[in-house]
Write a protein that binds this ligand. Sequence first.
Ligand SMILES: Nc1ncnc2c1ncn2[C@@H]1O[C@H](COP(=O)(O)OP(=O)(O)OP(=O)(O)O)[C@@H](O)[C@H]1O
Length: 302
Amino acid sequence: MTKPFLSIEHLTQRYPDGQGGAFTVFENASFGIDKGEFVCILGHSGCGKSTIMNILAGLAEPTGGVVKMDGMHVSGPSLDRGVVFQNYSLLPWLSALKNVTFGVSARFPSWGKARVIEHSTAFLAKVGLTGDAIHRKPSQLSGGMRQRVSIARAFANEPKLLLLDEPFGALDALTRGTIQDELIKVWSDTDQTVFMITHDIDEAILLADRILLMTNGPMAQVAESVEITIPRPRVRNDIVEHPNYYAIRNHLVHFLAQRSAELSGQAQTPDQQPKPVRIDMTEDADSEDPEPATPILRAVEG
Ligand SMILES: Nc1ncnc2c1ncn2[C@@H]1O[C@H](COP(=O)(O)OP(=O)(O)OP(=O)(O)O)[C@@H](O)[C@H]1O
């Protein structure tokens, strides 16, 4: 079997428990992400999503296990991996445009000034920021505009892997919706590999090719990998009409409401991969079988 672009192998994270012992956030977590995939991870607060993301970003070292990208060990931060956090993390003394050009000129040192500006302006335009707004400093922009700058900055650097840690968590629903659409547009234009943490099930279904489901911590597992069997392009108001939408949604809700707790605390065996889950109601709809449609839910042992 060929190795995926991003390979997380036997990842283990333990922290001191404050009483002289240690608690295990997760142990032996293993999964892969293919090039160009958009993968979301869902799980309850404290299960270890940000810990995984920080390890992928090279901002934290795991207690055990390795992360490989393109066959190379990930260790320490790199321009190959871009991160967008919930709190924007823009440089406050620079304009929106300069926040983007700053990274672009570091990433592409051979480019002249004009090319850096042209490239950065184009990415800001992709997320709806044009004209006077791009010359304003972060404090003069709304929360939604700041997050647009963060997304433009991350994509403009063309990292091999883009890590998004709840990037829309602080935004109102309307702005969130618009920026989700912009994110998908930029992603489809560039075909970058994205790993995103979210707490929003509908957002994950709209954006992801696959959703990884984590059980509750401590000793959390990446238990399932749910394929989003809804074709792209997906339009927010239309996808709810797709026959797979509620079948997938119900599966995710049931996992988070019940199974994430039931499965919690069970150690993951060293070679255990998340269980692939494929839900496709259209296979029934297309058939000439007059029986009422039932969900086709296949959980295949990995
Ligand atoms: N540096 C640290 N030292 C000790 N414990 C930590 C550290 N970082 C995280 N933890 C603990 O590890 C566990 C997982 O934390 P993490 O932030 O990864 O969870 P999460 O799933 O991202 O949560 P949320 O959804 O609330 O952001 C939590 O119990 C947290 O308290």
